[in-house]
Design a protein around this ligand. Structure first.
Ligand SMILES: [Ca+2]
Ligand SMILES: [Ca+2]
Ligand SMILES: [Ca+2]
Length: 333
């Protein structure tokens, strides 16, 4: 009987792992599955920064591994401003422009300006591959619009990541409403078919938190070689709960949170053991009452002032705190 149970358990495990396809949606959806963030948000430029968007544009990069040689699409979910999901101010009167760029000038490793962290940065570097303006458009409300198809070699090649880089810029070109949207990098225009080894990242993350006090959202910055400390900045947090930093060596360090239309920052020291892994920034909502429709901005940089990337699928997986006791126990064996 015992043997039978063991065999059953093994069979069950095989079945479960068999259902985890290699090219699963991880890393292709922005925000990523592990991040538990409902939407990205960009307000029209006539909006107020106190609503949670510091600059009225957002920039995301996608990496396509060099051995992927087929066409692909960058899909935008709910690109319009109106109907479901979006944040109305008065009446819906906003327009948002999405633009996809490839070619030389966009790789943020080579061209710092491409990160778009300074107000004076030129957002239009590289080759414009596709662009579309959305207002109130029921056709795309709560639905996808697919940019593409694109060929991987239309991106800018990055040797370190052995990938072609693409960039999508979202700009709130008029009005004052908040556009909620998500991205999905797909092999197909009509289905969500992930590209194995691809990923999405940004340097400045403007996002919406859930209207649910039980929810915990995450951002997973990657700690590259040479990083000694990182500076986390958050904007317009509405004093909503707490931000904790978790890693294999950090159990949950609280950092200062912003309130209304202001920035707060914290410097977090990095241990050598945390290099080459992702950190887990956890966003716990306030428990006393619900802070509604909270839009916030998060940026992080290293000790040299270089921005760190947030990957929508954490590199090396979701970091889990390992207490020293547990590590010692393992070593004893
Ligand atoms: Ca409006
Ligand atoms: Ca929208
Ligand atoms: Ca806010």
């Amino acid at each position: 009987m015992k043997l039978k149970n063991t065999i059953l358990r093994i069979l069950l495990l095989i079945t479960i792992s068999g259902f985890l396809p290699h090219g699963e949606a991880r890393g292709q959806a922005v925000p990523g599955k592990d991040e538990n963030i409902p939407f990205l948000v960009t307000f029209g430029k006539e909006g107020q920064t106190s609503w949670g968007d510091a600059n009225f544009y957002s920039i995301f990069f996608f990496t396509i591994p060099k051995d992927f040689n087929r066409q692909f699409y960058i899909k935008v979910f709910d690109p319009d401003v109106g109907g479901e999901n979006d944040e109305i101010q008065g009446v819906f009167d906003s327009k948002t422009r999405f633009s996809v760029y490839g070619g030389k000038g966009i790789d943020p490793d080579k061209h710092i300006e491409s990160r778009g962290l300074k107000k004076t940065d030129n957002l239009r570097l590289g080759n414009l591959l596709a662009s579309k303006v959305f207002g109130i458009e029921p056709k795309y409300d709560n639905k996808y619009y697919a940019f593409g198809p694109f060929n991987p070699t239309e991106g800018e090649y990055n040797e370190k990541w052995k990938s072609y880089i693409f960039k999508i810029v979202c700009e709130g070109i008029s009005g004052d409403d908040g556009n909620m949207y998500r991205y999905f990098l797909s092999r197909d225009a009509n289905n969500d078919l992930a590209i194995e080894g691809a990923n999405g990242f940004t340097y400045s993350y403007t996002l919406r938190l859930w209207n649910d006090i039980k929810s915990v959202s995450h951002i997973y910055p990657y700690v590259d070689t040479g990083i000694v400390s990182i500076k986390l900045r958050n904007f317009d947090w509405d004093d909503d709960g707490s931000i904790l930093v978790v890693s294999t060596y950090k159990q949950g360090i609280p950092v200062p949170i912003s309130n209304e239309d202001d920035w707060k920052e914290a410097v977090i020291l990095i241990q050598p053991e945390e290099i080459g892994k992702s950190l887990d920034f956890q966003f716990h909502k306030k428990q006393d009452y619900l802070v509604r429709n909270n839009n916030v901005v998060v940026t992080i940089e290293n000790q040299r002032g270089d921005a760190l990337q947030f990957f929508s699928s954490p590199i090396g997986g979701v970091p889990v705190y390992q207490p020293a006791v547990m590590i010692r126990k393992v070593q004893k064996k």
